[in-house]
Design a protein around this ligand. Structure first.
Ligand code: NAD
Ligand code: LMR
Length: 337
């Protein structure tokens, strides 16, 4: 692996010519992700058809004259893109096309995330950290991690911070609270409709969320019904709701979540959600990239262990983990991963 450049942090963004890329670049260059004291060098990786859009974004970045932005490089070569890279944000992915089955989507993306993982293994800096945004994010991260056996697996993560933030958004509405009032929410499982947004451990201004909901809605049964029938499906299917209302998938909220994921991983946080490579926590099979409640002390996300899990929660977690197992098995059946 190449040595890390200490003068500026090298950030590689794949799919940089796309929608989320455009929403990410300017905020990263402005210092929203790593802070006002860390200069950044940007590497934009695109496929040939996306290079012009990435070049256009680079022209605009230049026109912003951001004090922290040291250098921009645009390439369609993964090895060049990941050379000496400290932070990789893997956004570019193959979207589901008409008539495409899930297995076709997994295979198409394996053809992207396998080679990119290998290029990260060959060229990135020793301190590389990776977040996968492109869908299916968890299994794409698993493929990238499997293709970089010399990089510690805990450097690979997938984005479920958007789901976490969506859950906070729904609770603030229901409880007439501010986002900062809510703590200890958890997203378990896959970044898909099977995910489990879990309030069992959550508190609002220090009070258990379940008690606050019960008080507002007229009892525990009403609170549980709201969670099962409204909160959980609304959060889990929010991606589809955005697509239906907006006409295309989430962009600014996804970019914001990716920035917060990296920011909190680097700066430290006591509690958020991220998909990380399981080492068997909570019975999740080892090697799966699964969302858990996590913390960071600035050197990577660690699963928050020791939480009590009710039978109801266990069933929801198990069904999302079963989907991750099926995705892993599908790519393995294709000879990938
Ligand atoms: P987009 O189509 O606007 O942009 C994707 C870009 O990726 C395109 O410019 C394309 O040319 C590029 N690309 C494709 N293959 C590539 C490759 N092999 N290497 C480099 N670049 C490549 O899509 P978008 O709206 O920016 O969304 C990107 C991905 O993020 C999608 O898969 C979307 O489903 C996913 N997404 C994930 C979350 C999440 O929370 N995890 C949220 C929203 C969207
Ligand atoms: C999202 O959560 O907004 C994205 O992953 C898009 C999708 O397909 O749900």
């Amino acid at each position: 692996m190449a040595a890390s450049d200490t003068s500026a942090t090298t950030i590689t963004i794949t799919g940089a010519g796309g929608q989320i890329g455009y929403a990410l670049l300017f905020r990263i260059a402005a210092g929203d992700m790593l802070g006002a004291d860390r200069p950044v060098r940007l590497r934009l990786l695109e496929i040939p058809q996306g290079l012009r859009a990435a070049e256009g974004a680079a022209l605009e970045l230049q026109d912003c004259a951001f004090p922290l932005l040291r250098h921009i490089e645009i390439t369609d070569d993964p090895l060049t893109a990941f050379e000496g890279c400290n932070i990789a944000m893997l956004v570019g992915a193959r979207p589901r096309g008409p008539g495409m089955e899930r297995a076709d989507l997994l295979a198409a993306n394996a053809g992207i995330f396998g080679p990119q993982g290998a290029a990260i293994g060959a060229a990135a800096a020793e301190d590389i950290r990776v977040v996968v945004v492109g869908n299916p994010a968890n299994t794409n991260a698993l493929l990238a991690a499997d293709s970089a056996p010399d990089v510690p697996a805990d450097r690979f993560t997938a984005l479920t911070r958007l789901d976490h933030n969506r859950a906070v958004g729904q609770l603030t509405d229901a409880l007439d609270a501010a986002p900062d009032d809510i703590d200890r929410l958890a997203i378990w499982g896959n970044h898909s409709a099977t995910q489990f947004p879990d309030v069992s451990h959550a508190v609002v201004r220090g009070e258990p969320v379940i008690e606050a909901l019960s008080a507002r809605l007229g009892g525990l049964a009403a609170a549980e019904a709201w969670l099962d029938e409204s909160f959980i499906p609304r959060v889990a299917k929010r991606g589809a709701e955005i697509i239906e209302v907006r006409g295309s998938s989430s962009v600014a909220s996804a970019a914001n979540a990716a920035i917060e994921h990296v920011r909190d991983e680097q700066a430290g946080t006591a509690w958020t959600s991220a998909a990380v490579v399981s080492t068997g926590e909570y019975g999740v099979p080892e090697g799966l990239v699964c969302s858990f409640p996590v913390r960071s002390e600035g050197s990577g996300y660690r699963v928050i262990e020791g939480l009590a899990i009710s039978e109801r929660s266990r069933a929801r977690m198990d069904s999302s983990v079963a989907e991750l197992v099926a995705e892993r098995d599908a790519v393995r059946a294709l000879g990938l991963g």
